[in-house]
Design a protein around this ligand. Structure first.
Ligand SMILES: [Fe+2]
Ligand SMILES: [Fe+2]
Length: 211
């Protein structure tokens, strides 16, 4: 196996960060679940859906950062493959959200670099704390993401099949990621950590909807 030096790892992290943050730099490995469905929206509806998709896109930027931060510090000898597979699926989510934002003639959040930096740092610290905490952190993140995806699915206009198909597939994947992390030995995080995560997530959802 190839050995990467500290400098290699820093360059790799910087490259991963850029790929997650520059629009169009990530492409999906799977077909977009929206497929050929048609969703005709009024201007008002399209604006609301764009806000929701911007929040989901920011959530996926955070997921990328979390997995990248974790990969830098966690060992995860038994579940490296599963975690890499989850990170690839997160790339699909990011690309699908970006596609939908483009269709709605809207933009990703300008705050994404901040969310990326915060999530990367949290992911890296969780990795340093040990694999069971790192996996616990993944499980808790995926649980929280799934909760807000379910809320967003409820908020979609009934005729917006395109967004619905994307969010439903994402939710299915996130629940699978959560289960994988728990089965691999992820522990329940101490309550103060969960509170911090919920606070950051609330701050993100409230602001990324608008900017
Ligand atoms: Fe995701
Ligand atoms: Fe996920």
């Amino acid at each position: 196996m190839r050995h990467y030096s500290g400098i290699d790892k820093i360059i790799q992290s910087f490259d991963q960060g850029l790929r997650s943050l520059v629009p169009g730099a990530t492409s999906a490995h799977r077909k977009n679940p929206a497929e050929d469905h048609v969703s005709a929206l009024s201007i008002r509806e399209a604006r609301h859906v764009a806000g929701l998709m911007r929040v989901n896109h920011s959530g996926e930027v955070c997921a990328q950062a979390l997995y990248h931060g974790q990969a830098l510090t966690a060992k995860l000898p038994n579940v490296k493959k599963e975690m890499e597979q989850a990170a690839i699926e997160e790339q699909d989510h990011l690309a699908w959200c970006e596609d939908r934002l483009n269709e709605l003639e809207s933009l990703p959040s300008f705050l994404n670099p901040i969310w990326y930096g915060l999530s990367f740092t949290m992911g890296a610290f969780a990795g340093i704390a040990g694999d069971k905490y790192s996996l616990g952190f993944v499980a808790e993140t995926e649980r929280q993401v799934s909760l807000h995806l379910e809320d967003h699915i409820q908020q979609l206009p009934p005729q917006d099949i395109r967004s619905r198909k994307i969010l439903e597939q994402m939710n299915e994947d996130e629940l699978h990621h959560r289960d994988t992390a728990l089965e691999a030995g992820g522990v329940v995080l101490p309550p103060p950590i969960c509170v911090i995560m919920t606070t950051v997530s609330k701050l993100m959802t409230k602001t990324s909807y608008y900017i």
